[in-house]
Design a protein around this ligand. Structure first.
Ligand code: R1P
Length: 275
């Protein structure tokens, strides 16, 4: 069986070859549920289906297209994942974060992660965008478990600034200039795939969470291990308040994320321009 580092190398060389001499991307983008259409704004694209890239997992969730879109957005060379992988799909967290390793191997040093999440902070409303200030890893595992890839990062990586202070300040500034309301808070991922029970949500709020989801943190941990600067923007698609919880379906999550799309796209483009 090929080792993880060999698989990363294979995938990175495949992408390099597909870029056929063009400059390599500088900034990685992970697009969450219902937010993938941002990739349609990218110009001069090279588009690769996950299925054609060696060792890449394949997206199985509605609202996650399953392709890499590489090109120019706001004048920056980006590599966008139109569709991400989740632990609940049955992938290991190493598989979930494989594309982040490939980004690292391609020389990407800045990563913007996005997601659709449930708002646990009662001051939030569906459709709000939330700057992720920090996270509590409640997914039940960690992508760095196993032999450490020394050439990618240290055994015991620091997590004191998992979400870059500099990029957060930049995002706040751009949101203010654009007049876009930007909430801020702590994101807590659970494994899923079921949505949380009222008692679970009361607990997650009590331990300091503002938003709950099923993704993002494994990618952020790996990116930090690899020394990348990370910015996280979540779209609050529903209220996840234990004391008065309503029924929720994924279609609703995707639909609300799609409604927030114009503000989301404007904000990300503005941030990229300022990066
Ligand atoms: C649930 O509706 C799905 O939406 C969110 C959850 O994590 C889960 O996958 O998707 P993203 O986090 O990928 O945006």
């Amino acid at each position: 069986m090929l080792e993880l580092r060999e698989k990363i190398k294979d995938a990175a060389s495949y992408i390099k070859k597909a870029l056929a001499g063009r400059e390599l991307p500088q900034i990685g983008l992970v697009l969450g549920s219902g937010l993938g259409s941002l990739a349609e704004e990218i110009e001069e694209t090279v588009i690769l289906d996950y299925a054609e890239i060696p060792h890449f997992p394949v997206s199985t969730v509605a609202g996650h297209a399953g392709r890499l879109v590489i090109g120019l957005l706001s004048g920056k060379r980006v590599m966008a994942m139109q569709g991400r992988f989740h632990y609940y799909e049955g992938y290991s967290l190493q598989e979930v974060t494989f594309p982040i390793r490939v980004m690292q191997a391609l020389g990407i040093k800045e990563l913007i992660v996005t997601n659709a999440c449930g708002g646990m902070n009662p001051t939030f409303a569906p459709g709000d965008l939330m700057l992720i200030s920090d996270h509590i890893n409640f997914i039940g595992s960690n992508p760095l478990i196993g032999p450490n890839l020394e050439e990618f990062g240290p055994r015991f990586p620091d997590m004191s600034e998992a979400y870059s202070r500099r990029l957060r300040a930049l995002a706040r500034q751009v949101a203010e200039e654009q007049g876009v309301k930007l909430q801020e808070g702590v994101y807590v991922p659970v494994s899923g795939p079921n949505y949380c029970t009222p008692a679970e949500l009361i607990f997650l709020r009590q331990i300091g969470g503002d938003a709950v989801g099923m993704s993002t943190v494994p990618e952020v941990i790996v990116a930090n291990h690899g020394g990348m600067e990370v910015l996280g923007i979540a779209c609050v698609t529903d209220m996840a308040i234990g004391e008065h919880l309503e029924k929720l379906e994924h279609e609703q999550v995707v639909a609300v994320a799609e409604q927030a799309r114009p503000r989301f796209i404007q904000l990300i483009k503005g941030i990229l321009a300022a990066m």
